[in-house]
Design a protein around this ligand. Structure first.
Ligand SMILES: C[S@@+](CC[C@H](N)C(=O)[O-])C[C@H]1O[C@@H](n2cnc3c(N)ncnc32)[C@H](O)[C@@H]1O
Length: 264
């Protein structure tokens, strides 16, 4: 029998990982959900805000079936007609590399009422949590947020343009393209530009690698950093009060290397 509730889709941005970084509006939507379809990158603690809802995992899990976007779209519509209010809980902000608009458009093509509740994107919150201000008076006047993996599995062409600019550059989904990213910035003579790589930012499982364009690949190898991670490139990284000691250490090591090469 068809549910009497109005079928509805609400996209909710779950924030970057810290469960406290969700909006009050997002929590209210979860409380009224009949079904929650959630992604891999969301903090599972958030599901407790939806005690009465059916919870369905639709993310990617290593070694297990990965749901295609088409399958997720169908699940949204089926669940909405069967149960009523579907909350799609998505990492960060649903509209930042999150395919949120595709889900909205598909749901609306079946006449569903839709709503999007913005989330705190990892692109801003993850650096912020480490004291990295993406803009800073006198240091950086803007920032680019670029994908390392386009739909054609390529580094975005915008990364090349961003590397030419004086802006802070934030790259999502870029870990598999790190060598290419390094070359792009080296070609712009930016080998000494500071870089921070933050894996699982804002969570208890956060790991960071700090260096420069020239040194970051080694740092990633030695720290065994991998996805999900954010790459932040720009002078603002060196300005972070939380990372200052890393750069003092790097400077000390570089000076020692210089001295020892002069002695030999
Ligand atoms: C498909 S995109 C989704 C981005 C999301 N909509 C947002 O606004 O944060 C997934 C990528 O976001 C980045 N990401 C998301 N959460 C992260 C976290 N807690 N720490 C580091 N990177 C994260 C990684 O680059 C990851 O590969």
């Amino acid at each position: 029998m068809r549910n009497k509730k109005t079928p509805k889709l609400t996209l909710v941005g779950a924030g970057p990982g810290d469960p406290d970084l969700i909006s009050v509006k997002g929590v209210k939507a979860l409380a009224s959900a009949d079904v929650v379809l959630y992604d891999a990158l969301i903090n599972r603690e958030l599901l407790e805000y939806a005690p009465n809802a059916k919870k369905v995992f639709v993310g990617k899990r290593v070694g297990l079936h990965t749901f295609t976007q088409d399958e997720i779209n169908e699940k949204i519509v089926q669940n909405a007609f069967q149960y009523g209010h579907v909350v799609r809980l998505k990492g960060g902000d649903p509209f930042i590399f999150g395919r949120g608009t595709e889900e909205i458009e598909y749901a609306e093509s079946f006449g569903l009422e839709t709503e999007n509740i913005a989330g705190i994107t990892s692109a801003i919150a993850v650096p912020s949590n480490l004291g990295i201000a993406l803009t800073k008076r006198g240091i950086s006047e803007s920032f680019w947020v670029v994908t390392g993996t386009t739909s054609k599995n390529k580094l975005s062409k915008d990364a090349h343009l961003a590397a030419k600019s004086t802006a802070t550059v934030v790259i999502l989904m870029g870990m598999k393209k790190l060598n290419e990213i390094v070359s792009v910035f080296q070609n712009e003579n930016k080998g000494e530009t500071p870089v921070a790589i933050i894996q699982n930012g804002t969570t208890l499982n956060e790991h960071i690698g700090i260096g420069t364009i020239n040194s970051i690949s080694e740092e990633v190898k030695s720290k065994k950093l991998s996805s999900p991670a954010i790459i932040v490139i720009g002078e603002v990284v060196r300005e972070s009060h939380k990372l200052r000691s890393f750069y003092c250490e790097i400077k000390k090591q570089t000076n020692m290397q210089k001295e020892s090469s002069m002695m030999h």
